[in-house]
Design a binder for this molecule. Structure first.
Ligand SMILES: [Mg+2]
Length: 280
């Protein structure tokens, strides 16, 4: 169901694809084959620093609704994110967004509805958890739920470390250490806060719900009614997007500037697909 942090091993490149294996050579462009579905990452793949990346809207349009956006974002709800995306020119329905923070709260509520939860996260995620029915506490929690908390501080660290040392479970929305900001900046993420907690608490196991674990991928596939073998993951992070896709038996394709990247932006990807698949 979920992975311990220590289980995230080296990447396999078994399913890496440059020309999307499985597509018939007669298929003019991958998105013309209705049998295929797409799971798409958000940060660094469709948006960057609060703006849509070049070609992001065109890519979504080309996929004719056969996609789910699966993101390790832990600060927003799907409804709030859909609103933000619309302002960036990306029209996406909340039902097409699978976000790590919201999914972690849902999972926790479904598996441990009576748990007393110490939640470190955004005000939006706290409100969502309360709305769902989670019991948020600051004393004697059964669970520490760690998400990206931009108000993380020493007091919170002190509290979290000590309740974990006396038996509370640690559940984490996503393992990312950072995500890209504007002007080459690096934005510290939940994984960095987790490193601070683990440096002092030394607790195992740690349940991490976001990619590369299977929880978000499975939810994306469920919403699409898609089979992994005919689903392509488009992302920018080898450790979360690619590793998770490989573990699920899905093909993947990376954007960005890394050595494995197929294209730098969605616009370049569309260009690549357009020129490489024009056999008909
Ligand atoms: Mg990303």
């Amino acid at each position: 169901m979920y992975v311990a942090m220590t289980d995230i091993g080296p990447l396999s490149s078994g399913n890496r694809t440059s020309l999307v294996p499985g597509f018939s050579p007669a298929v003019r462009s991958p998105w013309h084959d209705p049998a295929w579905h797409y799971i798409i990452d958000l940060d660094g793949t469709l948006i960057r620093d609060g703006a849509a990346m070049p070609g992001a809207a065109a890519l979504l349009e080309a996929l004719h609704g056969r996609y789910a956006i699966v993101s390790n974002n832990s600060t927003d709800t799907a409804v709030g994110m859909a609103r933000k995306l619309r302002k960036m020119g990306l029209v996406v329905a909340p039902a097409q967004l699978v976000l790590a923070g919201e999914m972690t709260v849902n999972w926790l509520w479904q598996t441990s509805p009576s748990a007393r939860v110490y939640l470190l996260g955004s005000p939006v995620l706290r409100r969502y958890a309360q709305r769902v029915g989670c019991r948020l506490v600051e004393q004697n929690p059964d669970v520490v739920l760690l998400a990206l908390d931009r108000a993380f501080n020493y007091r919170k660290l002190l509290l979290a470390v000590n309740v974990l040392r006396t038996g509370a479970r640690l559940i984490v929305t996503n393992p990312d250490l950072s995500h890209p900001g504007g002007n080459g900046r690096r934005v510290p993420e939940t994984g960095t806060l987790l490193a601070a907690v683990l440096a002092c608490a030394d607790v195992r196991p740690v349940s991490i719900i976001g990619k590369p674990s299977d929880v978000l991928f499975r939810e994306g596939l469920r919403r699409l009614r898609a089979k992994p073998a005919q689903t392509l993951m488009i992302g920018d992070n080898p450790a979360t997007d690619a590793a998770g896709a490989v573990a699920m038996g899905m093909s993947y394709l990376l954007l960005g500037t890394g050595p494995e990247a197929e294209a730098e932006t969605p616009a370049q990807l569309l260009e690549t697909w357009g020129t490489r698949h024009t056999h008909l």
